[in-house]
Design a protein around this ligand. Structure first.
Ligand code: SIN
Length: 476
């Protein structure tokens, strides 16, 4: 099946001496891909800059049709794409199939939005003058994408960029370039001009980042990754005042009030914390649970967690796979050990996860307090720390006491509280009585040190367009 999935790639994308990709479930070699140094990258950026004008000049309907053809090809190749993703990232097949569907949905959405990039006619302020606005593509864009969603984090950047009439060059994560390269091959097969959309695994990631920040043709950079790297990109891109979209780290609170529907809250907790083995920026990272419901919630959540089946994502399609690397599994284990040493209690720990491979047992950590490191670090693993609180004011104080502001969740049956808490949470996205907020139709993005810019929805297209205001005078 590895061979079949690799057939999605073109021979020129592979290189036996290139970047080696490893299966985190067992450490085996999957494939090696061609890498680009900065000289090669510069040529690619120049070609993208030359290609974008012809693309932008095409009728929106033509761009839309090509994006739609790309979407159709992705959907048709779902099974091979999903297997490729499981092999390089470790996520179980059902989740990988889900990601292909989620990622494809951004291409479909932006194929439709391409035709709706309307300007405006603004009622005039003076006789003989008229005011119009045009929406125009920002130009050549660069994207730096993460390993946790090797396909969907690309489509939600490339989809709007191409829809808007831009060109875009994507540097995929070192750990997961295969899904990205398969997407590139399918895009070209669908009719996206080759120079307009390129996927370029880098010889050295930081060099590629530097080139994107300093090449004058790059007018926008979209980055999904850590806050630490986001700040470096922001500082370097300031030199040429480039437009940025930064989707950075999170520390999502998941608040359960006494009056919550407990079973619904446990379902939401499972979906939010344990999706992708806890490796998403919007994962519930700390559970704040009110006194009256605390013990029952911990007990029910621990029972559900203990039942998770952990194993290789190909043979265990609906369970949980490994983390993306041994390094990550060790990092999470260290955080848990540290919390336990400070008084946290492990409950519901899954017994007997595979010895070899980058596995970490899913677990609930009870008796966590706000002074522990685990309450502040983005865990990126299948661990649910539970902190007890007494009243709404305390929950809000703890929830907002973080430099991050990506996603937050809360559960309550009280309609007035729903509005109060929804408005009071300092986050870009809030799930009310629901643990799954991601969809192509909604604006995904954060506030504070979680970044800015929105992906998905009509706002996602606006992020790749400039507004040009034109005043027409002498009109009598
Ligand atoms: C992310 O982890 O950055 C994205 C998660 C999502 O799209 O749901």
């Amino acid at each position: 099946m590895t061979e079949l999935s690799l057939q999605l790639l073109r021979p020129d994308q592979l290189d036996p001496n290139g970047l080696a990709v490893t299966n985190p479930a067992n450490g085996s070699h999957v494939a090696a891909v061609r890498r680009y140094d900065n000289d090669a990258l510069k040529t690619i950026v120049d070609a993208a800059e030359a290609a974008r004008h012809g693309w932008a000049a095409r009728p929106a309907k033509e761009r839309s049709d090509i994006l739609r053809a790309w979407y159709d090809l992705i959907v048709a190749r779902t099974e091979e794409l999903a297997r490729l993703m499981t092999l390089e990232n470790g996520k179980p097949l059902d989740e990988a199939r889900g990601e292909v569907k989620y990622g494809a949905a951004f291409i479909e959405w932006f194929a439709e939005e391409a035709r709706r990039a309307y300007g405006e006619v603004i009622p005039t302020h003076a006789k003989g003058k008229r005011i119009v606005t045009l929406r125009q593509p920002v130009g050549t864009c660069a994207a730096i994408t993460p390993w946790n969603f090797p396909l969907a984090m690309i489509t939600r950047k490339a989809g709007p960029a191409l829809a808007a009439g831009c060109s875009i060059i994507v540097k995929p994560a070192e750990l997961t370039p295969l899904s990205a390269l398969a997407l590139e091959a399918l895009a070209h097969e669908a009719g996206v001009p080759r120079d307009l959309f390129r996927v370029v695994p880098a010889v050295k990631s930081s060099d590629a980042g530097d080139l994107f920040c300093t090449h004058p043709a790059i007018r926008k950079i979209s980055f999904t990754g850590s806050t630490q790297v986001g700040k470096i990109i922001m500082a370097k891109a300031a030199g040429q005042v480039k437009r940025l979209s930064l989707e950075l780290g999170g520390n999502a609170p998941f608040i359960v009030f006494d009056d919550a529907d407990i079973d619904r809250a446990v379902d939401g907790a499972m979906a939010s914390r344990y999706r992708n083995a806890g490796q998403t920026c919007v994962c519930a990272n700390r559970f704040l649970v009110q006194d009256g419901i605390h013990d029952a919630f911990v007990e029910k959540l621990a029972a559900r967690v203990a039942a998770i089946k952990v194993g290789d994502g190909i043979d265990n399609p609906s369970g949980m796979g490994p983390l993306v690397s041994d390094k990550d599994a060790n990092r999470v284990a260290k955080l848990v050990q540290q919390a336990e040493a400070q008084g946290a209690r492990s409950v519901g720990k899954v017994p007997g996860v595979p010895e070899a491979g980058a596995y970490h047992a899913p677990v609930v950590l009870a008796d966590v307090t706000t002074d522990m490191e685990i309450a502040h670090e983005e865990i990126f693993g299948p661990v649910a720390p539970v902190i007890r609180f007494t009243d709404e004011a305390e929950a809000m104080r703890i929830a907002n006491d973080t430099p991050y502001g990506l996603a937050a969740y809360f559960y309550t049956a009280d309609a007035a509280r729903q509005w109060r808490v929804m408005e009071g949470l300092e986050y870009g996205m809030v799930g009310v009585n629901d643990g799954l907020i991601s969809t192509e139709v909604a604006p995904f993005g954060g506030v504070k040190e979680s970044g800015f810019g929105r992906e998905g929805s009509s706002h996602g297209l606006a992020d790749y367009m400039n507004i040009k205001y034109c005043l027409l005078g002498g009109l009598g």
